[in-house]
Ligand binder design. Structure first.
Ligand SMILES: Nc1nc2c(ncn2[C@@H]2O[C@H](COP(=O)(O)OP(=O)(O)OP(=O)(O)O)[C@@H](O)[C@H]2O)c(=O)[nH]1
Ligand SMILES: [Mg+2]
Length: 395
């Protein structure tokens, strides 16, 4: 089993300038390490880090970012955060990934604007997002309730939201003391499993979907499902340009299909087994903090999806491959015949068109079946991991 030395949960705080990101991170780790203040954007550099140990024995790495300023700058900041997440994902060690984003929103702003909801939706595609309603001490509880409802209405009922106060503040009107830390740290717990559920299936099967063609450009297996007919492309006259196009297309498609096949083999034989180390490590991590964690990966829906894929691959695929080769050779033959004569009659052209159609339908069928198998595996695997995640967290 792979040994991971530095077990931890990585959390990145994101949000508009001045909402209290740095104060909140200071409150979480119990130290004044991130600079805070009023007015001009205070935090000037992104991705400054601080480690601390939570009371549950879990190590956290907190990451601060520059505040989102309206317009172009905000979009750039979001892009930088996503690039940071992707950089972290390059690592094979799951404790290097970003597990949660704390999207901070000041409750005192009362209503969240559509552009911010949009940022959250974008970030959700890259990591688990917990929405932190900062400065909740400054508003009535009804405001927090309305805001939570608004967010849930827009982003779904299962959106994770927590209201907090990060500072001690005594004014003539009120006396505020920090609260919300434990709940937030508990929520960040979902992060590791959910990142696994989000990333692992794609990491394992992604290469069967995104494939390099003969020009080393990335194409997608679903694109093959929509391989167009020559009349859809306006190439049914088969003049010399069209014939060149058909030849190039066949070469391209062959490369793609060969690559899909070798990736399928890799998925079934190698990659799937490698995953178990990561999953086991994740189990171990959760067992360390919750005795409710299941002993092992015992559901087998992703495994049976993979078995179906394997069965198809060994029993039926050769037949598909055969008919593909046959129709491809036939088409090459007709195209060559047309190529070699100055005047060809309609019948010759028709034979070539029929041959293209036969080839196209074998490509479409093959791509369709592979896509269905891969999709079935990805969704089974992802929901299985999510289920384990929630099981581990039932306390
Ligand atoms: N009342 C109250 N004030 C807060 C809270 N959190 C932060 N503040 C105040 O809000 C101001 C801004 O806090 P920061 O933590 O610097 O905000 P930031 O989001 O890091 O800001 P930038 O670095 O500029 O993006 C500071 O004066 C904090 O004292 C809170 O929960 N309650
Ligand atoms: Mg700051």
């Amino acid at each position: 089993m792979i040994q991971y030395y530095d077990r931890r949960l990585n959390v990145v705080a994101v949000g508009k300038s001045g909402v209290g990101k740095s104060s909140f991170l200071n409150y979480l780790c119990g130290k004044d390490v991130f600079k805070t203040g009023i007015g001009e954007p205070v935090t000037q550099t992104s991705f400054d880090k601080e480690d601390f140990w939570g009371d549950n024995g879990v190590k956290y790495t907190l990451v601060d970012t520059v505040g989102l300023e309206p317009g172009y700058k905000a979009e750039n900041c979001i892009k930088e955060v996503i690039e940071y997440i992707e950089r972290c994902e390059q690592s094979e060690n799951l404790y290097d990934w970003v597990h949660s984003i704390f999207y901070c929103f000041a409750a005192s702003d009362r209503r969240i604007e559509p552009y911010e909801l949009n940022y959250i939706k974008i970030l959700q595609k890259h990591a688990e997002v917990v929405i932190i309603l900062t400065k909740s001490d400054a508003v009535e509880s009804k405001v927090v309730e309305d805001l939570s409802n608004q967010i849930k209405q827009e982003l779904g009922d299962d959106t994770q939201i927590e209201d907090v106060c990060s500072v001690t503040e005594v004014t003539r009107k009120r006396e505020s003391h920090p609260y919300g830390r434990e709940k937030v740290l508990g929520r960040s717990f979902y992060g590791l499993w959910n990142t696994l559920a989000q990333k692992l299936p794609m990491q394992v099967a992604g290469k069967c979907i995104h494939i390099k063609d003969s020009n080393y450009e990335e194409t997608n297996i679903y694109q093959l499902v929509y391989t167009p007919s020559l009349s859809q492309l306006g190439r049914h006259n088969l003049d010399s340009d069209d014939r060149e196009w058909v030849k190039a297309k066949v070469i391209d498609t062959n490369v793609i299909i060969d690559n899909v096949v070798s990736e399928l083999e890799n998925l079934v034989d190698v990659k799937w087994k490698e995953q178990y180390n990561i999953i086991e490590e994740c189990f171990d991590f959760y067992k360390g903090v919750s005795n409710k964690a299941p002993q092992g990966f015992c559901s087998d829906s992703s495994f049976s999806a993979l078995c179906l894929l394997y069965r198809w691959y060994t029993n039926e695929f050769p037949e598909y491959k055969n008919s593909l080769t046959k129709s491809r050779d036939q088409m090459a033959h007709y195209i060559k015949e047309i190529d070699s004569c100055w005047f060809f009659d309609d019948e010759e052209k028709l034979r070539a068109l029929i041959a293209y159609e036969e080839w196209r339908s074998s490509v479409v069928e093959l791509a369709f079946i592979v896509s269905i198998h891969i999709q079935r595996f990805i969704s089974a695997y992802s929901s299985e991991l999510k289920t384990y995640g929630s099981y581990c967290l039932l306390r």
